[in-house]
Design a protein around this ligand. Structure first.
Ligand SMILES: O=C(O)CCC(=O)C(=O)O
Ligand SMILES: [Fe+2]
Length: 236
């Protein structure tokens, strides 16, 4: 597993104080929502929202993913054959349907939607998987030079399962001893940081191989800073 050499000087793009504030704010909001269920664990903050999307909304998103999906990629310098074998696509945040889904997701977490990167849709067919990884950025990796200034560290992840493969495809957190079986319309959310804003290595997770059927998900990664503002060209 990737461990980071301790960060020697303060890095404003990976600011534990800011990440801690986000973590506390989001957990307060989720704990106060009767539709959200906490997956109790001493080492991480994980939550489920069953039936967040209707079957019809799931279908609409699946169609969009199937229309645009291309082989998934990994960050430069971290590519490894067979590591992420799914197909994926970016979902257009200006599409009115996608925008509505995103606004609802961000409202549940209580994070301004502009803090989120472009949402991704993913499809796993039989044998396809996403091996164990962290969603947070490893500041010791080369990609951080580019990703740091373009929104900062990733704070929370929100994922929605759009269907149910007949076998396999669970999202597993090996260090937490937890596995989440896909349920159509269910949103899974977790904090990639500890409550003190430091990287939570125990959030290592894997999209296990689909054994039968197909799995579609959408994934949304929130950043420490306003991602959209930073990534919008000034003349547009
Ligand atoms: O598909 C899954 O179960 C996990 C997906 C994931 O970890 C990601 O998109 O970052
Ligand atoms: Fe992930």
């Amino acid at each position: 597993m990737l461990e980071d050499t301790p960060i020697k000087k303060f890095d404003a793009n990976n600011d534990p104080a800011k990440l801690a504030r986000i973590g506390v704010h989001v957990t307060k909001r989720l704990n106060a929502n009767p539709l959200v269920q906490q997956v109790e664990h001493a080492d991480a903050q994980l939550y489920l929202y069953q039936g967040f999307l209707s079957k019809a909304d799931c279908k609409t998103l699946i169609k969009k993913i199937d229309a645009d999906a291309v082989p998934s990629t990994l960050y430069k310098g971290t590519e490894q054959a067979g590591f992420r074998t799914s197909y994926s696509c970016h979902l257009n945040r200006w599409d009115t349907f996608v925008a509505k889904v995103e606004a609802r997701m961000s409202d549940v977490l209580g994070i301004e939607n502009d803090y989120a990167e472009t949402m991704q849709g993913q499809r796993y067919q039989v044998g396809q998987e996403f091996k164990a990884h962290h969603d947070f950025f490893h500041p010791s990796q080369n990609y951080w030079e580019q990703e740091g200034p373009s929104g900062g560290q990733r704070s929370w992840t929100a994922m929605i399962f759009l269907n149910e493969p007949e076998e396999g495809g669970a999202t597993e957190f090996p260090h937490l001893g937890l596995g989440v079986r896909p349920q159509a319309g269910m949103m899974l959310m977790w904090n990639n940081m500890n409550l003190d804003g430091t990287l939570n290595y125990k959030t290592l997770h894997t999209g296990t191989p689909v054994a039968k059927g197909v799995k579609h998900v959408i994934t949304k990664w929130y950043r420490q800073n306003n991602w959209l503002e930073i990534n919008t060209p000034k003349d547009s």
